[in-house]
Ligand binder design. Structure first.
Ligand code: ADP
Ligand code: MG
Length: 341
């Protein structure tokens, strides 16, 4: 089944069980569909608590799916055995935000990179050494880095080590969960460039997770926007990031800084339309989860969860999709008139 997408997530639900005392069960992810084609980068964006890491964890088999299906290279991997896990570790790897937390400070970089190769693949020492050096070279670190300890590197270099640790397994698929979020802007750009280059040279596919729309835009072919555990918009990266249709994606874009003062003014006005507040975690609600923050919500929005409807390649879950442009324009115009009066 080589023509199957590399990763297919269908109707994924993840509920975290929690006692009533601690607030009750949390529906972290609801009915999520997501496909990553070979060589494709799918960006998953949404604010903190929207369920991004939960989706990544379910794909990696770190949290169980409560419902739905995860398939990799055409094979259902929703219920993974220990043997599946080992096989999959060669093919899918992960890079997290804080690599330092997962690196034993008493181990050299070589040991850290070699660990999974020894444990999972049982390769001969010479091949392990070659793979480690190749991976370091691939992420722009000198061979001498192999003998040093994690503490002697900068944050950006440690993130390169984390990427190298994923690469030694020679995976096809990488989950990056906020992999550049802790880095300064200039270092962030370098690591993003590195990931883009690895995509070309190693033919990698990514599920690239970030709360930052501009970061996701830089690397992604497709963007999936998550709000309160559900996909609210999905489509080609340029279209979702530049002409978003869902009111939530519009709010995300409005929150991003822009150099153009005219655009900046329009976004500031649009930003005022949507109050920033984070939805409380718990059981999923009846209607659209964004309704309480949405400047365009009507009663009907609060009674039924809107379907994710694909039109011309962009899927949007908003029953007022067609009216938003006109409504936003009128609201911004009115806000400006109020201020100028
Ligand atoms: P994101 O990565 O987008 O910030 P997460 O996937 O981490 O979001 O979290 C989604 C929701 O699930 C949040 O409401 C969060 O509080 C909750 N959650 C995450 N992990 C757990 C857990 N282990 N137990 C209970 N709730 C959790
Ligand atoms: Mg997260």
């Amino acid at each position: 089944m080589t023509d199957a997408a590399l990763l297919q997530v269908r109707g994924l639900d993840v509920t975290y069980r929690r006692s009533r005392l601690r607030g009750g069960d949390v529906d972290a992810v609801r009915g999520v569909d997501l496909t990553v084609g070979r060589g494709e980068t799918v960006g998953l964006v949404g604010e903190s608590g929207s369920g991004k890491s939960t989706i990544g964890s379910a794909v990696l088999g770190l949290v169980p799916a409560t419902g739905g299906r995860v398939a990799f290279d055409g094979a259902d991997i929703t219920q993974r055995t220990r043997a599946d896990r080992r096989l999959l570790a060669r093919r899918m790897q992960v890079v997290f935000q804080d690599p330092y937390g997962s690196m034993n400070p008493a181990h050299t970089v070589e040991d850290i990179l070699a660990e999974a190769l020894r444990y999972n693949l049982g390769l001969p020492a010479q091949e392990i050494r070659e793979r480690v050096l190749r991976a370091l070279d691939d992420v722009g670190l000198p061979p001498g880095a192999a003998r040093r300890y994690p503490a002697s590197f900068s944050g950006g270099q440690r993130q390169r080590i984390a990427i190298a640790r994923a690469l030694v397994m020679e995976p096809e698929f990488l989950v990056c969960d906020e992999a550049v979020s802790a880095l300064d802007l200039s270092v962030q750009a370098q690591v993003l460039n590195l990931l883009a280059r690895l995509k070309r040279t190693r033919g990698l596919s990514y599920l690239f997770i970030s709360h930052d729309l501009s970061v996701v835009r830089y690397l992604s072919d497709t963007i999936v926007v998550l709000y309160a555990g559900r996909v609210v918009e999905r489509g080609p990266a340029a279209r979702v990031a530049e002409t978003p249709q869902h009111p939530y994606t519009r709010a995300l874009l409005a929150a991003a800084p822009v150099p153009d003062p005219v655009v900046q003014r329009r976004r500031r006005a649009e930003r005022r339309l949507a109050p920033a507040s984070i939805p409380t975690a718990g059981r999923s609600s009846e209607g659209c989860a964004f309704a309480s923050r949405c400047p365009f919500a009507q009663d009907a929005c609060r009674t039924r969860v809107p379907d994710l409807v694909d039109r011309d390649g962009v899927a949007v879950a908003c029953r007022r999709r067609d009216e938003i442009d006109a409504l936003a324009g009128a609201a911004i115009g009115a806000a400006r008139t109020d201020r100028d009066a």
